[in-house]
Design a protein around this ligand. Structure first.
Ligand SMILES: [Cu+2]
Length: 134
């Protein structure tokens, strides 16, 4: 306990300078460090049936903003399923047992979009989160 308190005291100048560095974040050098990098060329998704529910796995897809973003969606069931992102104008049908590449329009950061299956209203929805890119 005593050691922890001393460590915190020693760390406080470091914390103070970190807070100061964040407080002056309006400078161009600092703003370049905002946002995320993304090393993936395509994000893989599966349309599957779990129990009695049709689902997309993962149910939350995370991408960075920009152009050339691709989803590769495999339909692991024996029936066609839809894959629709209404706000982005994306709508396609996933054939059973097939991988479908979906090229997305240019994405802007700071948005959360709904993904649904337009063939089955009960198909559980998914979410696309678009982060700011570096
Ligand atoms: Cu479906």
């Amino acid at each position: 306990m005593r050691f922890a308190a001393r460590s915190l005291w020693l760390a406080s100048p470091a914390l103070a300078s970190l807070l100061f560095a964040c407080a002056i974040g309006g400078q161009p050098e600092h703003s370049r460090t905002q946002g995320f990098t993304d090393e993936r060329s395509a994000v893989q998704v599966v349309s599957a049936k779990i129990g009695a529910k049709n689902v997309f796995v993962p149910s939350t897809i995370v991408l960075t903003a920009g152009t050339g973003r691709v989803l590769s969606v495999f339909n692991d069931t024996d029936t066609p399923h839809g894959f629709k992102i209404p706000a982005l104008g994306v709508e396609t049908v996933l054939q059973p047992g097939q991988e479908t590449k979906i090229e997305l329009p240019p994405l802007e950061g700071g948005h959360i979009y709904e993904i649904n299956c337009h063939l089955h209203p009960a198909h559980r929805h998914a979410t696309l989160v678009v982060l700011d890119a570096k």
